[in-house]
Design a protein around this ligand. Sequence first.
Ligand code: NCD
Ligand code: ZN
Length: 455
Amino acid sequence: MVSVDLVIRGGTVVTSGGMFRANVAVKDGKIYAFTAVSEVLPADKVIDAEGLYVLPGVIDEHVHCRDPGLTHKEDFKTCTEAAAAGGVTTIFDMPNNIPPIKDVEALRMKIQEAERKAIVDYGLYGLLTVGSLPHVMPLVENGVIGFKMFMGPTTGNIPPPSDGEMLDLFSVIAKTGLRIAIHAEAQSIIDYLISKLRSEGRKDPRAHLESRPAIVEEEAIRRVSLYARETSAKIHIVHVASARALDAIKDAKSMGVNITAETCPHYLLLDDSYYEKLGIIIKVNPAIKSKNDQAALWDAINNGLIDTLGTDHAPHTPDEKFKDDVFEAAAGFPGLETFVPLMLTQVNAGRLSLTRFVQLTSENPAKAFGIWPQKGSLFIGSDADFTIVDLKATTKIRADKFHSKAKWSPFDGWEVKGIPVYTIVRGNIVMDHGEIITTKPIGKHIKYSDYVSIL
Ligand code: NCD
Ligand code: ZN
């Protein structure tokens, strides 16, 4: 009888289409076979998954690892350890580090750092900014997973391309098949509102929300949707935070725009009452909005208007984050280690199904960025990436135990039910019951060009 590298025995396998009990056999980093629970293939290693759920590895398409250049906040080691601890097997890293990933030279520097440090798989975004046009094809040829464009002010203060430039960039990228992830907030409205609020002496946490009302999301999404329709570019709206943003996405989808959308756990679990309850720690772009916005986002993750869940893992030092003036404080917070437990708690509460969770965190991100079914599926021959979870286990979130350099969180102290107990990347067990057990940087660079023939 054939011998395999790993058998995950007796768990409930969860696919985007449903669940079944089976053993999963892994050979050479790929899914080799499913067998009846009573039939265990001879294996070098067996994981007892009795009572556990075996999910396709969680893909977080929105992570800021800060490496190189901002490694006082995070680096590829701490970032990917946070991912592994949190049950995430693949991350897509954002390009707003230093130097920003706007050309091949910067991309190569980043690849070098990731190769030395990453313990989960990683895709890397190229940046679209002023002057990006000549850099698009070289970045594609060097393996970026997609592009990122910041339309509004962000960490790193990266200027958006002009509207004309966006049209040109979209036309060129449309031909490559890569998707453009977009931070859709209208810069000029925000700049105007921030200076107005500052001149009134405002610096309280809620002033952040007032500087970024829902219209800034809606206007930017409608604008880029027109450009995407004009050029046939594929776009992905990240961190959708309002009902009005959802209206704009719905209209774009009905116009035939190739648009996908992400929201994040914080928009589903926090609302504007937290500006008073928690203060500046919840500052994030786009801003946390009202309970009505939150309710609309819940509808959208269940009715298909939202395609993916991402963390927007955005670590900062406490000094950068906890300022007296909200406009001086860094935006964002770490999310990799709270993502899966927070969302599984919602699965336990009946707010989304486990199969929907798998679609939002694995199948849909893989499809949107062209790497399905090698990733994001449990087909025979797919990468053996698994997030094995215990849906009954309870714990309390402890930010001081994070692997991220940012050891603080708006969710510190929250009770969760449902936690990842194994993280497996191409057959390598990287996390076992909260412990990081790999000693080697086994993470692999996931290049769009390796999955799809485009060149
Ligand atoms: C992100 C960061 O810190 O890099 N912060 C955030 O609040 N989401 C960047 C961004 O998207 O603005
Ligand atoms: Zn953003």
